[in-house]
Design a protein around this ligand. Structure first.
Ligand code: MG
Length: 460
């Protein structure tokens, strides 16, 4: 079956593949799916700050209402705010109109289950099936859905986030934080949250603006140069950069240095292990070994998953994990909710600094360091499976390999590092990731394995 949902909802270019007809039919399909089990479902809808937010929200809303689902519109909110509202107010489902960190011409539709978590693959497939069959369950005129708005989501969410940390302890430190919301939906939450925690806040790009005039939305180093500069100029305690829908947070230390997501994930993971006295954590196979190092040192255990935050959250739920997340700054705090949450990452980072009473750079220096090397090779989609099969066979004969896992792609372990060969789920490419203790070694191994993958693609 053709897939509609990618790893993070449905995304596309506005008025091309992401248009109002599609949006309305997604609303009808999702509404039909809910009506199969709930007589009168209520769904919460919200958007990020993109210019096409009303167009798509109205279309999705019309679809839901036509199936006899009620809609509560919470306006422009970060994705985790919408997710928390669904869970906390006991709604039956949620929809957020967002394309996360993608450029402004994109937008997307992402569903949320009644516990606030992203939809599982089974549910997405059920909705897709209804969408493609066009068997929408339209309601009688008497039972068409009702539309209402609710303006309390942000206040509810801020109160919830603050309940997760020691506010008075953080307040005593009067931290100075440089906050770069990238003109995204986080602008409506993060500044308020930091003020409530007694922080001095220097704001960068904190006016919601769907054209993203300040910087590109993805919190990668080249997009956070302004933030890094501002942190060193102002001698702030640290900096934080969010993506467009504020589920991911990337930190900048007090010297203005960019901290890779693996490092902040590990620092927070280490702290969570101390707080919960060990426990299970979950992360995708792409995460650096530094995470497993600090988790196991602190009586914890790591379960690895395929790439994608919905699967991480799902495995966390099944295993009663106490913490999890991805290497891109998407951290999940299950005591609060089962989804990536930049506000939770931010307040936890403040609590860590308040507890440890050391600068962020010093805390990060204690996290083990590895060199990661990533490369990609173009590969037609139809060759991906045969290439994977040949690679799996080939690796059995490599003496340097001590362990192979097939969680996502093919991950092979050597005594001093690992290689992950993984076909992309969305693009015609094959990715090769290598981690080793030394940079030169990582590059050398990457070239070696890249050549093997390449020769299989060429000859396959
Ligand atoms: Mg995002």
């Amino acid at each position: 079956m053709t897939r509609l949902f990618g790893t993070n909802g449905i995304r596309g270019v506005v008025n091309q593949d992401m248009n109002s007809t599609l949006a309305m039919e997604i609303g009808q399909a999702y509404g039909t799916y809910l009506k199969n089990t709930i007589p009168r479902p209520t769904c919460v809808i919200g958007t990020d700050a993109r210019l096409s937010n009303h167009m798509l929200k109205s279309a999705v809303t019309a679809g839901f209402l036509s199936t006899g689902c009620d809609i509560v519109d919470v306006g422009v909110v970060p994705t985790p705010t919408l997710q928390y509202t669904v869970k906390e107010k006991h709604f039956d489902a949620g929809v957020i109109i967002t394309a996360s960190h993608n450029p402004p011409l994109y937008n997307g539709i992402k569903g949320t289950a009644n516990d606030g978590a992203e939809l599982t693959k089974d549910v997405e497939e059920a909705i897709e099936q209804i969408y493609f069959s066009k068997q929408f369950l339209l309601s009688d005129w008497r039972t068409v859905g009702r539309y209402s708005t609710w303006s309390g989501a942000i206040e509810l969410y801020i109160k919830g986030v603050l309940s997760q940390v020691d506010v008075s302890k953080i307040k005593k430190h009067h931290f100075h934080v440089v906050l770069d919301c990238g003109n995204g939906a986080g602008s409506l939450v993060a500044p308020l949250l930091l003020k409530k925690l007694g922080c001095t806040v220097t704001l960068l790009n904190c006016e919601p603006d769907g054209r993203f005039p300040g910087r590109h939305s993805e919190p990668i180093p080249e997009n956070l140069t302004g933030l890094m500069k501002k942190v060193s100029e102002t001698h702030a305690s640290f900096g934080v950069g969010l993506d467009g829908d504020a589920d991911r947070a990337i930190f900048i230390d007090e010297n203005g240095s960019y901290l890779w997501g693996d490092k902040s994930l590990s620092l927070v993971g280490q702290y969570m292990m101390k707080k919960t006295k060990g426990g299970i954590t979950v992360t995708p196979v792409t995460t650096s070994t530094c995470f497993e190092d600090v988790i196991t040192q602190n009586n914890g255990k790591v379960i690895y998953t395929k790439v994608g935050s919905p699967i991480v959250a799902e495995v966390m739920k099944k295993n009663q994990a106490v913490f999890g997340g991805e290497e891109n700054g998407g951290l999940i705090f299950p005591a609060f909710q089962y989804c990536r949450d930049s506000a939770m990452s931010l307040v936890t980072m403040l609590e860590i600094l308040a507890s440890e009473e050391k600068p962020l750079s010093e805390l990060i220096a204690h996290i083990p360091s590895y060199e990661m090397f990533k490369t990609k090779i173009s590969c037609p989609n139809e060759k991906k499976i045969p290439v994977m099969d040949r690679l799996a066979e080939e690796m059995k004969h490599h003496k340097e390999i001590i362990r192979i896992d097939r969680i996502d792609g093919l991950k092979v372990f050597m005594t001093d590092g690992w290689v992950l060969m993984r076909p992309s789920g969305t693009e015609p490419i094959f990715r090769v990731y290598v981690e080793a203790k030394q940079k030169q070694k990582a590059e050398q191994v990457a070239t070696y394995y890249k050549n093997i993958v390449d020769s299989f693609i060429q000859s396959g």
